[in-house]
Design a protein around this ligand. Structure first.
Ligand code: SAH
Length: 363
């Protein structure tokens, strides 16, 4: 068992239980042993791969997206460009390079990276050393500088801990983690039912509540409503709220039990975009989407960009097209439909690129 697993077991040895939310929070973010605190989880050597690591086109298109949103905001100077959970810094590096085609935007932007992981912050620093933009790091979104902002987040929301409730005997109980008689982690249900949950559902149904994400989204949307700007969230998840246990863990690109080796595997949950949209609207912002990532990237011109890159380096054309297909394709093992794009924006801003209704087809 991992060091963190042993530590949690000691706490539970006297017969206690912790919520799934707390277990996930410790597994990912324990200051000493948390998964993100101790490593770079990305890439073929790591546990999972993300869109910006698949192709430079992803970050480049988002950089151009940001430049257009800046124009529609009335070209504020300075404009805060804030990225949540920037991983290796690849998305920001590609975005800043692409944004060079709009020099006034490049000159106005001031970048803040929100990162809790020391090793990843170091990788971001190295990746962005020559980016030619002012960049600062903060550990929490609330610490980002004020003012009109363009906020970017790829695979950030799925890393925030969720609560789960299960329907048993006509009542909802929170799912918890305990030790079984052999001293191993098992899922169980809280002793007391939840008096305020009264949704009808079948025996054994599970609902998930991203309370941390809700609060986060509310604060972010309130800031955009007050200070101006827009945010782009890309993540895997569902557009319509539903029932079901979506907690999952990956180690070396292979699914494992979320209870195995806490701190050593990546634990995530599907993002409930409908719930996120409700939080954002409640805080006074407008929501665009969610739409499929494939449709979003196509609307931004990924097909044209892939062809242009392929023509410039014919030796890499098929590799470029394979990456393009992985990002936009809607088949199994492709990200185009599993991943969604959603924008949260100040009401004064028109629908951002990619979220505009497509022009009516000529009759
Ligand atoms: N956006 C990157 C990385 C995704 S992995 C990419 O697409 O490649 C999730 C990222 O979120 C990591 O950088 C992780 O360290 C960061 N993270 C996780 N929880 C966080 C939190 N509560 N606050 C800030 N960053 C967090």
């Amino acid at each position: 068992m991992s060091a963190l697993g042993d530590q949690i077991k000691q706490r539970l040895a006297a017969g206690g239980a912790i919520s799934v939310e707390r277990f996930m929070e410790l597994a990912l973010a324990d200051p000493q042993y948390g998964y993100y605190m101790t490593r770079d989880p990305l890439g073929t050597e790591g546990d999972f791969t993300t869109a910006p690591e698949i192709s430079q086109m992803f970050g480049e298109l988002i950089g151009l997206w940001a430049a257009e949103v800046w124009t529609s905001m009335g070209r504020p100077n300075p404009v805060r460009v804030i990225e949540l959970g920037p991983g290796r810094g690849t998305l920001m590096s590609d975005a800043l390079r692409a944004a060079r085609v709009v020099p006034e935007f490049r000159a106005a932007l001031d970048v803040t990276l929100i990162e809790t992981s020391p090793p990843l912050a170091q990788m971001q620093y190295d990746a962005l050393l020559t980016a030619g933009a002012p960049i600062a790091w903060r550990g929490a979104f609330a610490e980002a500088p004020e003012g009109p902002a363009i906020i970017l987040a790829n695979e950030f929301l799925d890393a925030l801990p969720i609560r789960q409730y299960e329907r048993r005997g006509g009542q909802w109980r929170e799912r918890v983690v305990r030790l079984d008689s052999a001293g191993e982690f098992v899922f169980d249900l809280a002793d007391k039912p939840e008096p305020y949950l009264n949704t009808e559902a079948d025996e054994g149904a599970v609902i998930e509540v991203g309370a941390v994400a809700h609060r986060f989204m509310f604060d972010l949307a309130a800031r955009l409503a007050k200070q101006g700007g827009a945010a782009l969230f890309l993540d895997y998840g569902h557009a319509i709220s539903g029932f079901g246990d979506t907690l999952q863990a990956l180690r070396a690109h292979t699914p494992v039990s979320p209870l195995s080796e806490p701190g050593e595997c990546d634990i995530t949950a599907h993002v409930d975009f409908a719930a996120m949209a409700r939080s954002a609207r409640a805080a006074g912002a407008t929501v665009h989407g969610p739409i499929d990532q494939g449709d979003f990237l196509r609307a931004l011109g990924i097909d044209v960009r892939a062809r242009a890159l392929g023509e410039r380096s014919p030796g890499r054309a098929s590799e470029i097209d394979t990456a393009r297909r992985r990002l936009v394709g809607k088949g199994e093992n492709e990200m185009g439909a599993l991943f969604k794009a959603m924008a949260v924006a100040n009401r004064a801003i028109p629908a951002p690129p990619g979220f505009q209704p497509s022009p009516a087809k000529p009759a």
